[in-house]
Design a protein around this ligand. Structure first.
Ligand code: DX5
Ligand code: ZN
Length: 228
């Protein structure tokens, strides 16, 4: 199970210290939400911020989530800034094949995100090209939103395809993840959990990460099978 604090929920006056806090917390990944004010009605931060926080969090995997209408012009700047994985949205339609190819050609892990209103079937043509499939559990653009429970069947379907097609993409969820919703998502088959508010709001992020990971493990269906 992987826990990925989202920097969007951090103290924006202290990006370096907040990234270091996440790196020390025991979280394996740092989730970096990039918003362009076009694809989503919000603007967050860009490659310069990612490059600035990179040296403060050397030992953590940078999971860069592009909520942008023209990610093709941003791939190289984010790779240069220190991204380890780049996630683009399936809602970009015809651009998706080229985007996935380009991220891979830059030597980085490839992720594809599916928004709540979008059918999970939209991801089907790309599953064998992915290192990660992200099922959004809020409409993208802001942290601190409530979890959309209607997304749970999409996680189950993505997990079923992974087994049936013998693929090994990671299954990530993002939005409204806390100690209650992480259990539902793990039970549905998710293995990678983005959490902003639930983690950055805690004084002791290490304890919060450990608790969230423990709950996720306890609800992992694979472990449940072993228990029988
Ligand atoms: C929303 C972002 C999420 C968000 C998660 O567009 O993609 O990563 O920051 O924040 P919480 O965990 O507060 O919902
Ligand atoms: Zn995100």
């Amino acid at each position: 199970m992987i826990i990925a604090p989202s920097l969007l929920a951090s103290d924006f006056t202290r990006f370096g210290k907040e990234a270091a806090r996440a790196a020390k917390s025991g979280a394996e990944w740092l989730h970096l939400d990039i918003m362009d004010g076009q694809f989503v009605p919000n603007i967050s931060f860009g490659p310069a911020v990612v490059a600035a926080v990179r040296p403060h969090a050397k030992n953590i995997f940078f999971d860069v989530h592009l909520m942008c209408g023209q990610p093709e012009i941003l791939l190289e700047p984010f790779v240069k800034a220190g991204a380890d994985q780049i996630i683009v949205h399936v809602e970009l339609g015809d651009k998706v094949p080229q985007l996935l190819w380009k991220i891979k050609s830059l030597g980085k892990k490839v992720g594809l995100a599916v928004n709540p209103p979008t059918s999970i079937n939209a991801a089907l043509p790309y599953l064998d090209k992915l290192d990660l499939l992200l099922v959004m559990t809020v409409n993208p653009g802001f942290g601190g939103q409530s979890f959309i429970h209607e997304c749970l069947p999409k996680i189950q379907q993505a997990d079923a395809w992974r087994r049936e097609k013998k693929l090994n993409y990671r299954l990530e969820v993002d939005g409204g993840i806390n100690n209650q919703t992480v259990a539902d998502c793990a039970h549905a088959g998710a293995d990678t959990f983005v959490a902003g508010t639930a983690l950055f709001s805690k004084r002791n992020m290490g304890a919060a990460v450990a608790k969230m990971r423990k709950i996720a493990h306890a609800h992992d269906p694979a472990l449940a099978d072993l228990k029988v």
